[in-house]
Design a protein around this ligand. Structure first.
Ligand SMILES: CC(C)(COP(=O)(O)OP(=O)(O)OC[C@H]1O[C@@H](n2cnc3c(N)ncnc32)[C@H](O)[C@@H]1OP(=O)(O)O)[C@@H](O)C(=O)NCCC(=O)NCCS
Length: 155
């Protein structure tokens, strides 16, 4: 996919499929966002389902990304979402989520879920505003012992 969008906050970005050359920028944003993933896993996920890995590009530079995967139950799952800290609060996260939901709907997938750290109130606020509901809690979910809230949305 490739689409030019203006966020609700008037910020223009291009949303397009991830390409292997983007991995360095994706990992920079990942590490800066204190997420747990590794480059090998990201490349494997892209190989398995390329449509599920999208990046947001601004003036030729990747400023955010989202990875959605398919669960064994045939539902969607947000595996990872992050925006370069210098570009947050401009609606990029929201348009990445919307674009990924479009990819899932095209596949006739009607549910999407995700886990979020209990302390990540910014992400949780965004997910709540986008229609996610809290449906579960996993204590000690992350490597550092923090719990995760499981959220789900009907697409
Ligand atoms: C979560 C994340 C992807 C959101 O990206 P983003 O581009 O800033 O998202 P948006 O601009 O679309 O929306 C962010 C919302 O949080 C609000 N927000 C942003 N920064 C905030 C802050 N410092 N304090 C409070 N609210 C804030 C914004 O006002 C916005 O709300 P709105 O849509 O009602 O206006 C980004 O914060 C991020 O990369 N965080 C680190 C990685 C992470 O936590 N990923 C999610 C893992 S589950």
């Amino acid at each position: 996919m490739e689409l030019r969008v203006r966020t609700a906050k008037g910020f223009e970005v291009k949303i397009r499929d991830f390409e292997v050359v983007d991995i360095r920028r994706v990992m920079e944003i990942e590490v800066d966002s204190s997420l747990d993933g590794d480059a090998g896993l990201y490349l494997e996920l892209q190989d398995e389902w390329p449509e599920g890995f999208l990046v947001a590009e601004r003036e030729g530079r990747v400023v955010g990304f989202i990875v959605v995967i398919l669960t064994p139950e045939g539902e969607g799952r947000v595996f990872s979402l992050a925006v370069d800290s210098r570009f947050r609060g401009r609606g990029v996260g929201r348009v990445l989520l919307k674009a990924a939901f479009g990819v899932l709907r095209k596949r006739k997938i009607w549910y999407v879920e995700l886990e979020v750290r209990v302390s990540n109130s910014i992400a949780m606020g965004l997910y709540n505003r986008m229609g996610f509901m809290e449906v579960g809690f996993f204590p000690y979910y992350y490597k550092d012992g923090e719990g995760a809230i499981l959220m789900k949305k009907v697409l």
